[in-house]
Design a protein around this ligand. Sequence first.
Ligand code: GLP
Length: 257
Amino acid sequence: MPLPASPAWLADRFECFERPSSLAVRVAELLHQEFSDGLKRPLGLATGRTMEPVYSALVERLLALPADQLSDVRQQWCSFNLDEYVGLGPGDCGSFAAEMDRQLAVPLGLEPGRVRLPDGLAADPAAEARRYADAVWTAGGIGLQLLGLGSNGHVGFNEPPCGPDAPSRSLRLSTATRRQNAAAFGGDPSRVPAGAITLGMEQILGAERILLVVSGAAKAGILARLLKEPPGPSLPASWLQDHPGLRLIVDRPALGG
Ligand code: GLP
């Protein structure tokens, strides 16, 4: 399906699906492809509601593989998540670590340490952000980075305003983001942790390839801005437009259809 007004930067790097379920199956196929090709560099993973059906489709796909192929995926698996809340660890059900355990590590039977995230319980979150960025670098840098789109244009937890060279860091979350993520905390934005550790725009843009996934009518406004506005700090995701390895995958509700 063509875009109503396709910006030049998007060219042929765009796919749109009628239904969120078809989008999830397609993204799962692309993630699986990374392993079929022999994972050369770590995967960059995201959390959030957009990724839930994606990971569920990925688990279904991988668990249906012949045993030797599934075992091969398990042996290859090496991923780094974008972010984590400050003050939450794997034992807190609202943490991204717990989310990754529930959605991927446990159902796929991945060994501990294969799915890595910043340590939200670190005594010094700023130092943890630097350590985590170093760990990504040491592991060879991200090959394919999976990204969702925040309702205020953030990627990872790179809140606006944000430049393309923003480093991995610990930061305070905006009111808009705490509201966006309240569902995982009983619907109460004040229960969403006030701080987070995130890979910076610098590290995200350092990935070899980027898969930006936008799903659902709630993202129509911010996606329209992304498709219209030139890169700038008020819309952190806009810095992705210049990335040569960007692919944008959306569903029709996200396009306002
Ligand atoms: C969250 C996360 C992002 C996520 C984005 C979209 O705050 N930090 O990694 O991709 O916002 O979330 P959702 O898919 O729930 O809309």
